[in-house]
Every structure is written in C-alpha cells, then in structure tokens.
Design a protein around this ligand. Sequence first.
Ligand code: NAD
Length: 342
Amino acid sequence: MATPSQKIPATLIPGDGIGPEVTEATLEILEAVGAPFEWERCKAGMAGVDACGDPLPPETLASIRRTRLALKGPLTTPIGGGYRSSNVRLREEFQLYANLRPARTLIPGGRFEDIDIVLVRENLEGLYVGFEHYVPIGDDPRAVAMASGVNTRAGSRRICEFAFDYAAKNGRKKVTLVHKANVLKALTGLFLEAGRDIAKKYEGRVAVDDRIIDACAMQLVMNPWQFDVIVTTNLFGDILSDLNAGLVGGLGMAPAGNIGTDAAIFEAVHGSAPDIAGKGLANPLALLLSSAMMLDHVGHQDKARRIRKAVDIALREDNVRTGDLGGKATTKQFTQAVVKRL
Ligand code: NAD
C-alpha cells in the first residue's frame, strides 16, 4: 500500500497535435494538487513514427510494462503504411478488458441537466475480435460477408465483476446489464447470465436491472436519469458510450480509462485536432478528467475530487471556458482558472 508521500511511476504519452498542449495544462494542474506521479515521457502516434518509424515504439511499450500505468494524449493515426491502430494494440498487449467512460454534465443549460452515468464496456471480446471473412459465389469473391462474435463466461464475469465492484466502491446504487439476449441468445445470453450471477454477490449493496440494447438507447434519450452504472458487451458499449457523451455535450470533454488486471491507460477520447494544434486554444478538460480518473484508480480519490470541483467552479461560476465551449479563454487561461480554484 502506497503511503501518501510515495511516488507512483507512470508513463506519459503527450501524443500529437494538441496533445502536448493539453498535456502541459494537465501536468500543471496535477502538480498544483500534489499528484504523486513520477512520469516517464514516451512517444507514440506520429511522434513515434517520426522518431523511430513505429506509432507504438518498443521503448513506449517497455515503459508501460514497467509502470503498468499511463496517461495518453490523442494520437494521429498515420495514413497508409498498413499501421494497426495503436489504441487497439495497447488494449490487446496489456489485456485492458474494461473501458470505463463516465458522462457527467459539466456545463448547465445543455439539452439535459444533471447527467451522471458511468458506462463500463467490455473491451476485448464480442464482435470486435475480428473473426471476419467473405464467401465467394460465382464470380463475386465477396458475395457474402461473415463475422463471428466471441463472448466467454470468464470474460463476461470479469467485466460484470468490474462494474459491480466499481459501483460498490464509488457509492453507486445500481448496475444495468445491457444485452440483446432475446435475439443473440448465446452470444449475449451468456453475458446476461454471468451478470445476474455476479449481481447476487452484491445483493443489498448494489441493485441490478437489465435492458435490451435498443430499448436502452431509447430510454437513455427519454429519461437518462434512471441510469447509474451500465455494463455491456464490446459493440453495444462502443455505441452507448458515444451516446452518453452526446447527452453531456459531445466527445470533446470525454475522459476514459482502459483498465486491465495489472495495467491501466487513461486517455482523452477526442483526437489530435490538427486544425487548432499549436494555437494555444485547445480545451484540456478531457485529458485532465482522465488524469482525475487515474488518481481515483491509484487511491487518491481526494485529489481527484478536488480537481473535479475546481473544474466545476471554473466553468460554472467563473465562466472561464475555451472556444469549443463557446468561451474565449486560451488553454493557459483555463488552466490558471482551475489552479486558482483548487
Ligand atoms: P478530433 O477529435 O481531433 O477533432 C474533431 C473536432 O473537434 C475538430 O474541430 C477539433 O478542433 C475539435 N477538438 C477536438 N479536441 C478538442 C479539444 N480538446 N479542444 C478543442 N477542440 C477540440 O477528430 P478528427 O479531426 O477526426 O481526428 C484528428 C486525428 O486524431 C486523426 O488522425 C484521428 O485518427 C486521430 N484520433 C485519435 C484518437 C485517439 O488517439 N484516441 C481519437 C480520435 C481521433
């Protein structure tokens, strides 16, 4: 168990485009709150390609293998050259089975007020395992496309256990299991069965209910306040996490954690925003809120809470906002406003 003054080694990937700017802003706020991270700075994305011809250089992987903890800025995906997505490679390499995506209203006056939903998405299985092929018929080599999904009982139990454990530890009241077991009876029936079984262990502490994915999508738009923590399989989670981000104003401010048994990578959901890179205009909120999730993850919830509170005051009371939120503040001005409120 780390004592409060103990340093925690962590890998820092500033990334491309606006990545270095939002990283500097985040570091300044982490410093001000007394975050205990000892950073190993590494390259990835175009910065990795420029340095050594690989968007995910071996030194970066070696650093994460050592630290088991990383904060990652957005990476520009190199076009052509047959590169695989660095994000998918990282997920597979470190078996980051849980994708944690909170969506919370930050700015009042949007389409929905007071949203606070946490989505837990299974990150390694389901229809995203990539078992796809074509079947030729006659002279059409791609007459039929086929894909197989793979959900395991062990993987389903692991992600549901993660969601219930997260709910129990974070004062959340309910977990909703989202599935399509009426049609995909085996693939998502197994997930539902595993979820209901795990729920029994949390009886009296965390409530459980379940929804079919299509009904859930409608209800998230009609009455999102009924949801607390949602856990679901890979493809449904991919879609619903963006839906939830839409409820609170889009992907621009969305943080995320990719968490495995012995490694975790926290990242901004947005891309490298080449149109505004280097201009000092980027909103650092997504990476900053990702770093707050990272503080939660290593047991420094008090510091994470202070950051979230300072952000709320800077946005709501001081009205300091970057251009993407309709304000006039630069990255630096917004950073200063948060530091002042810590
Ligand atoms: P993007 O998210 O970079 O930009 C979309 C729009 O949102 C742009 O107008 C941009 O200026 C704005 N925006 C994004 N983040 C912002 C911020 N923090 N502050 C203010 N405005 C912000 O998406 P894109 O243009 O489709 O992609 C650009 C590059 O990023 C591509 O190479 C793409 O592959 C990559 N990308 C990486 C990730 C990742 O690493 N997780 C995610 C998405 C896209």
